[in-house]
Design a protein around this ligand. Structure first.
Ligand code: KG4
Ligand code: ZN
Length: 347
């Protein structure tokens, strides 16, 4: 099948063409620059930008794949979860296109698409999805069966990266910035808590860790904006502040990584799962990947990681999952609406 996928659930406008499991094009127009002044995604700004460029992104994905709209067999679109006004733009565009071309339209669950975006992605496995909006640990015994084991009780892992970056004066999105700073810092400089590491369940919590970073950082960084550190000749105070930011980043990142790796691997051992699949925006983090590699080798568990281009939000993963759903004989529902709070199936 040749499928055009659309993704507009948050701040990326994306269209992709997939054929026979292969991604022929995966165009992602990120709105990050638009949201930077606000320190986070503003829903109305996001949906207006989706509306402005969705046509161009679709045209570009067809052109890059070298196909015409008439070559398509189906359209797929993110139905949820996500920002309602942002989802509406993608769904309206997809429905109009499907109607005009007389094609089936498959609504896709955004988190399921992340979950199956790893390579390889054949169940059974334990899945960790770590993004800006979600942190979910799930057991996937077979395709389409998702048993949610646990999730974050407060901030998502990516959200914690973003918020800690903000309080350290680093730009949005914070994940890549914290990773960059962490590479220069000492992960043992601050003894931050490992929240819920031994909670006896499979849930996570990152907001206390963020508070611990705030407590440790405010007396050390008071009066020193990082912008001063970056420009001109830094004074000795500024140089020390920049070391503190690197150490705080490294220590924070180490705490998040230890909790994610240890709980996920423990879940796999408990369930006797032989494979772990990690996906979502935070899976871009190379230190996280290395820590998983070490622990999985120790436990003789196979590690499936999402390719970098599929970690953050993209339509390639949406079209790929739609193709698998069609291959499993699943037909699109007749009457459906956007699902901003759609839980993971079987959760
Ligand atoms: O999956 P995604 O694009 O959006 C959601 O569906 O939420 O994930 C975006 C999140 C942001 O919070 C961003 O800070 C985080 O992924 N992220 C990272 C890294 N790159 C992106 N977190 C840690 N380390 C990174 N290198
Ligand atoms: Zn996502």
């Amino acid at each position: 099948m040749t499928i055009l996928g659309l993704e507009t659930s948050c701040d990326e406008t994306s269209a992709a063409v997939v054929r026979g499991g292969a991604i022929l094009s995966n165009i992602v127009s990120s709105q990050i620059a638009l949201h930077v002044p606000y320190g986070g995604v503003v829903p109305e700004v996001a949906s207006r930008q989706h509306l402005r460029i969705v046509d161009q992104v679709i045209a570009q994905s067809l052109a890059t794949a070298g196909i015409r709209a008439a070559d398509l067999d189906a359209i797929a679109v993110t139905r949820g979860p996500g920002l309602p006004s942002a989802l509406l733009v993608g769904v309206a565009a997809a429905r109009g296109l499907a109607l005009r071309l007389g094609l089936p339209l498959m609504p896709v669950h955004h988190m399921e698409a992340h979950l199956y975006s790893t390579e390889p992605c054949e169940p059974p496995f334990v899945a960790l999805i770590v993004s800006g909006g979600h942190t979910i640990l799930a057991h996937v015994p077979a395709f389409g069966e998702h048993r949610r084991l646990g999730q974050t009780l407060d901030d998502a892992a990516g959200e914690a990266f973003d918020k800690v970056a903000q309080l350290l004066g680093l730009p949005y999105p914070g994940g890549p910035e914290i990773e960059r700073q962490a590479a220069k810092g000492n992960p043992k400089a601050f003894d931050f808590p490992r929240p819920m590491l031994d909670s006896g369940d499979w849930n996570f919590s990152f907001s206390g860790l963020k508070t611990a970073v705030r407590r440790a950082s405010s007396p050390l960084l008071r009066g020193t904006a990082l912008s001063e550190v970056e420009g001109g000749q830094p004074s000795s105070i500024e140089r020390r502040a920049s070391c503190v930011v690197a150490d705080l980043s490294a220590s924070f990142q180490a705490a998040v990584i230890e909790v994610l790796v240890q709980k996920t691997c423990r879940a796999a051992r408990t369930l006797r799962a032989r494979q772990i699949a990690v996906s979502g925006g935070v899976a871009c983090n190379r230190a996280l990947q290395r820590a998983f590699e070490v622990q999985c080798a120790r436990d003789a568990i196979r590690l499936a990681w999402a390719p970098r281009a599929l970690c953050t939000d993209n339509a390639g993963m949406i079209a790929q999952l739609a193709e698998r759903l069609f291959a499993h004989g699943i037909q699109p529902p007749k009457d459906w609406d956007i699902a901003p709070d759609w839980p993971l199936a079987g959760g």
